[in-house]
Design a protein around this ligand. Structure first.
Ligand SMILES: [Zn+2]
Ligand SMILES: [Zn+2]
Length: 779
């Protein structure tokens, strides 16, 4: 039998693209080649990882097979190109210097939560990294937030200022070590360190590493939290404001100082057991909580949970995450052996109101001095601002609601080559999207683009992602709303080719794109606000759409939105609007509970506006419909953030109710979903004294039934049976569940969002896909 080693060696050049840098790829390749007795080399290039291997045919084949089938856990291989090259007969396998290539790019890894090996070392009092808050390795730690440029090497990160000690350097150079070429590698002797500073004047109390260990410093911070202080903690993508989640007074104080009246605060708990004490966790929730991305997971709250009621007023859910760096863990206890000092800490973005999250120590002192009592600083710079991500599980899958830390900048593979372009997204929950090759690269959550600070955040993130991915957009896509900052940004841009994309078309295209659908679908886009092609405010839309265009086939009947932003802040205005639409100008039903809460003068004023169509715009918004119903049943008359009334109305739903209200579909092009009969039925139920929970359930059921009815009509006329559900309204899990079940029962194939938010955080992807198709068509 011929032995492979008798044959002359073969040599191959292997080019691997994907997420292959900063994820332990080179040591993996080195070890694999060594085990198989292969020679050659590996290096990081701007375009990925390049490998040359030489040896016997079967060993080379085995190498390639292992590379394909079991690459390092955090890597993501997009493609592998292999070519035959002449043998060089060197004696060893080695790792070469990184090589920067013009115009090539590599997929930068998102930040990764501390891995199990690092947790073990961190908790082991005999390990040299015991209690060290910045412990990491090639399998975990900061990435996107510290990478200034590619190729990903220490000098290109904010770790460049820390000179590794001998022990760390030895780990870094040892291909057999877990920290081989781990760029953020550090220990207490050479790496980042902590400082605890009281807010206020500069002579305030300060504790730094010079005289204390990290354990002592964080121990002190823990005591401060226990005593009811607010501590601003510098983390991975920015500062988080921490306080004791059981202490009502401090939670309320945080709300007042942060100028955040009702929006829920996120929580952090030390471990799953702690989360279980105040929330109900399914198997998939547990998987989401423990995933290396460590998002905030929206969970059903246990009744009687011993936490401040000010954390998430009017919500039956809580947003909870687990520690994703050792520093976060230390806020609860020094190690798993010690009991946790808190069942949960409030951990909310370090900002005031809706400003971008604060990242640098100086910025924190400037902007958070009036919010935090203390600052827990460290001296590793955060290069890229990134908030915590938010997910919710539904039907066994994680659904992203806010896509940031841990997810970004992982690209979405579109499967086809794209032109390089920029899609600017919307106004609320803004993200933008760059495209390159087959990839859509979504930015992290930028926030509500309403002020200079968020626009700055947009600009700095855009500059960074363009640089990392080497994108030079040749077209720019934008929303149709003339007053959106993102639209103005696009219209003022130097890029000549500008493509306006209707808001709800973008929603549906985004859902199609992440589900790899093409051709025409029925798109149901329900949300709060989107500028329509007729200049009206859309938001309850039934489209027949593909990537090239759409027809608006049905929508919620228009009602007047009285007073612009005020109509959003005061849901009773929409209730009045729906009542006037239903009952006419002369009479209103008696004894509507909500009318008692509003001064008669205000009602008269809005009534006049509606009657004279003065300072009003017509809207088919589903968000505003929810506002109207929440007001009618007496749940909310004022809100402080978009969606608040709808969330409260969903939370009120009484389970187990099958009944729905009447509605009417007015034929036409487009058809109109007329809910005046629904409003009449609600008013009747109110007169009968039916509880809000019953009415809420019936109202939700009505929408689900109406959606199925309209989709069925479209199926009949157009012969389509695929439905995409998108828009912020479908974050409503009750409505989503009912609609989905009812659509499937009559044979529709329904696609939902998973990787991209259904809310306006997802529309940049839709804009990008539509613009790309229009460009390719030469439109
Ligand atoms: Zn690790
Ligand atoms: Zn060290």
């Amino acid at each position: 039998m011929a032995i492979a080693s008798d044959a002359p060696p073969i040599r191959k050049r292997v080019h691997v693209r994907g997420i292959v840098q900063g994820v332990g790829f080179r040591p993996f390749v080195y070890n694999l080649a060594s085990v198989l007795g292969l020679t050659g080399y590996v290096f990081n290039s701007s375009a990925g990882v390049t490998i040359e291997i030489e040896g016997g045919t079967s060993a080379v084949e085995q190498f390639l097979q292992t590379l394909r089938q079991s690459p390092p856990p955090l890597s993501h291989i997009a493609d592998i190109a292999i070519s035959d090259i002449p043998s060089q007969r060197e004696n060893t396998f080695s790792i070469h210097e990184s090589l920067a290539q013009e115009n090539e790019f590599v997929l930068v890894s998102p930040d990764v939560a501390t891995c199990n090996d690092c947790w073990r070392e961190f908790g082991d009092s005999n390990d040299r990294r015991y209690g060290y808050p910045f412990t990491n390795c090639t399998n975990c730690g900061p990435r996107y937030t510290i990478i200034q440029n590619i190729p990903y090497d220490r000098p290109m990160t904010t770790m460049s200022r820390f000179q590794m000690c001998n022990l760390c350097q030895a780990e870094y150079e040892d291909p057999g070590n877990r920290r081989f070429h781990a760029q953020p590698n550090a220990c207490a002797d050479c790496g980042p360190s902590l400082t605890l500073i009281q807010s206020g004047p500069h002579n305030a109390h300060e504790t730094s590493r010079i005289d204390n260990s990290s354990l002592a410093i964080v121990g002190h911070a823990r005591d401060l939290l226990r005593a009811g202080n607010i501590v601003a903690v510098k983390g991975l993508g920015g500062f988080l404001l921490a306080c004791d989640a059981q202490n009502d007074a401090v939670v309320l104080q945080l709300r007042a100082r942060k100028r955040r009246s009702d929006k829920p605060f996120a929580l952090m708990a030390r471990d799953i057991a702690a989360v279980e004490s105040f929330c109900v966790i399914s198997a998939e929730d547990r998987a989401a909580l423990l995933s290396p991305r460590r998002p905030i997971v929206i969970l059903p709250r246990r009744s009687g949970a011993n936490l401040s009621s000010a954390i998430a007023p009017g919500n039956d859910t809580l947003g909870v995450m687990l520690p994703y760096t050792p520093l976060h863990y230390l806020l609860f206890s020094n190690s798993p052996e010690e009991s946790s000092q808190f069942p949960a800490l409030v951990m909310t973005s370090g900002n005031i109101s809706d400003d971008p999250i604060v990242t640098s120590n100086d910025e924190a002192r400037r902007r958070l001095d009036s919010v935090a009592d203390w600052f827990l600083f460290h001296d590793r710079d955060i290069y890229m601002r990134v908030d915590d991500s938010v997910v919710r599980t539904f039907e066994g899958r994680e659904r992203v609601l806010r896509r940031s830390r841990g997810y970004v900048p992982h690209p979405i593979d579109m499967g086809i080559a794209f032109q390089e372009l920029l899609a600017c997204g919307g106004e609320l929950k803004n993200t933008f999207c760059l495209t390159k090759d087959r990839y859509a690269i979504l930015s992290q959550h930028i926030g509500d683009l309403e002020n200079y600070e968020t626009l700055q955040f947009f600009n700095e993130t855009l500059a960074n992602l363009k640089k990392l991915f080497r994108v030079e957009p040749r077209a720019i896509a934008h929303d149709l709303h003339p007053n959106y900052m993102s639209t103005r940004f696009a219209l003022q841009s130097e890029i000549e080719r500008k493509i306006g994309v209707q808001h709800h078309h973008a929603h549906i295209a985004s859902c199609m794109a992440e589900n790899h659908l093409s051709g025409k679908v029925i798109g149901v886009a329900f949300d709060g606000t989107g500028y329509g092609t007729d200049g009206k405010i859309w938001g309850g839309e039934f489209l027949v759409a593909d990537f090239f265009g759409f027809e608006r086939r049905a929508h919620l009947r228009y009602v007047p939105l009285a007073g612009g932003d005020a109509a959003v802040r005061e849901p009773w205005r929409m209730a009045l609007s729906y009542l006037r639409d239903t009952y006419g100008a002369d009479q209103l039903p008696d004894q509507l509970p909500f009318l008692r809460d509003i001064p008669e003068r205000s009602i008269k004023l809005v009534d006049t506006m509606i009657a004279r169509r003065f300072q009003t715009v017509e809207t088919s918004s589903c968000g505003r419909l929810f506002d109207a119903v929440a007001s009618l049943v007496g749940i909310r008359q004022q809100v402080t953030f978009e969606g608040q009334a709808a969330i409260a109305l969903e939370a009120a739903v009484k389970p187990g109710i099958e009944h729905h209200y009447r509605f009417h579909i007015e034929e036409g092009e487009p058809a109109q979903l007329d809910l005046r009969p629904t409003i009449e039925d609600i008013v009747k139920d109110l007169a009968l004294g039916k509880p809000a929970g019953d009415i809420s359930a019936r109202f939700h059921n009505t929408l689900a039934v109406a959606i199925v009815e309209i989709c069925s009509r479209l199926r009949k006329s157009d012969g389509m049976d695929r439905v995409c559900l998108s828009g912020g309204t479908f974050q409503n899990v009750y409505l989503l569940g009912r609609t989905l079940e009812a659509l499937r029962r009559v044979g529709f194939g329904v696609s939902l969002h998973t990787m991209v938010p259904p809310n306006d955080g997802g529309i940049s992807l839709g804009q990008a896909v539509i613009a790309n198709h229009l460009l390719r068509e030469g439109a």
